[in-house]
Design a protein around this ligand. Structure first.
Ligand code: ATP
Ligand code: MG
Length: 245
């Protein structure tokens, strides 16, 4: 990160790319994570590399949804761990959620590497190492989750999630919050709260909203959730990408 000049016009994007490269080197990010990063970067460029107003609304609704949840879980994959490990720990802390490592390309080595990476960034308990329950209608490896984690969760935050898994979690009746820069991808399409924003901006902003909303009563939180219009948010993001400002 020290080699990237801060005044470079694409500084933030280069930094993000570099973090994914380092994640691959450290064995926490799969090589395919580089491709996901490239796709995300193209969409972010078209969005103007900023949190658009509809994304901010989604981030606030997501914070309210997580505060209302009985058993909220934040899902961590290799890209999430490489980009926002400390920020995910902060969000979990702000909303009282568990962190669960949940990988598309699941290997015990990578799960263990991500869990210790999260602990280095302040996490106490990390779930996902057991893999003692299955999401219905998915093939064996991709279905594994913790029985007392994602399997039992009522609200799950799944950033950069694969479309099949997002659909399968939706079919389980979970309230899904998805962070994905592509509003046309299936994962945001099935989410109750689709957040079309870069995860590096989205997660700290959710935490800020959560801290601000922490003293609110249930009715006030419920109103924020009910007033959020997922269809409008997806349309606003697509319109920004296609037409610009
Ligand atoms: P599918 O339709 O099956 O989901 P896909 O092209 O979306 O296919 P994924 O593996 O789901 O394949 O791609 C990763 C997704 O993550 C992409 O939609 C990409 O825009 C998004 N993404 C990548 N980096 C970021 C980031 N930093 N913040 C938010 N979203 C990101
Ligand atoms: Mg996708």
């Amino acid at each position: 990160e020290d080699e990237i000049p801060e005044d470079h016009p694409r500084y933030q994007d280069l930094l993000t790319r570099h973090r994914i490269e380092k994640g691959v080197d450290k064995g926490i990010t799969h090589l395919q994570g580089m491709h996901a990063e490239g796709r995300g970067s193209a969409f972010d460029y078209l969005l103007g590399e900023e949190t658009i107003p509809s994304a901010n609304d989604a981030e606030r609704a997501a914070a309210a949804e997580l505060l209302l949840a009985e058993r909220p879980v934040l899902s961590i994959n290799g890209n999430v761990a490489a980009l926002v490990p400390g920020e995910m720990v902060d969000l979990a802390d702000a909303v009282g959620a568990d962190l669960e490592v949940n990988l598309f390309n699941r290997t015990p080595e990578r799960i263990a590497a991500i869990a210790s990476h999260l602990r280095e960034h302040g996490a106490e308990e990390v779930k996902g190492l057991e893999g003692d329950a299955r999401i219905p209608n998915l093939d064996h490896q991709r279905a594994k989750v913790d029985a007392d984690g994602i399997y039992a969760a009522d609200v799950v935050l799944v950033p950069l999630e694969d479309g099949d898994r997002a659909e399968a979690l939706d079919e389980m009746g979970k309230t899904e919050i998805v962070i994905d820069l592509n509003p046309l991808s299936r994962s945001p399409q099935v989410a109750e709260v689709p957040i079309v924003d870069n995860i590096v901006r989205a997660v700290p902003n959710m935490t800020e909203h959560a801290r601000e909303l922490a003293g609110s009563n249930e009715d006030a939180l419920r109103t924020i959730v009910d007033e959020f219009d997922r269809t409008k948010a997806l349309e606003a993001a697509e319109s920004r990408i296609r037409n610009g400002l």
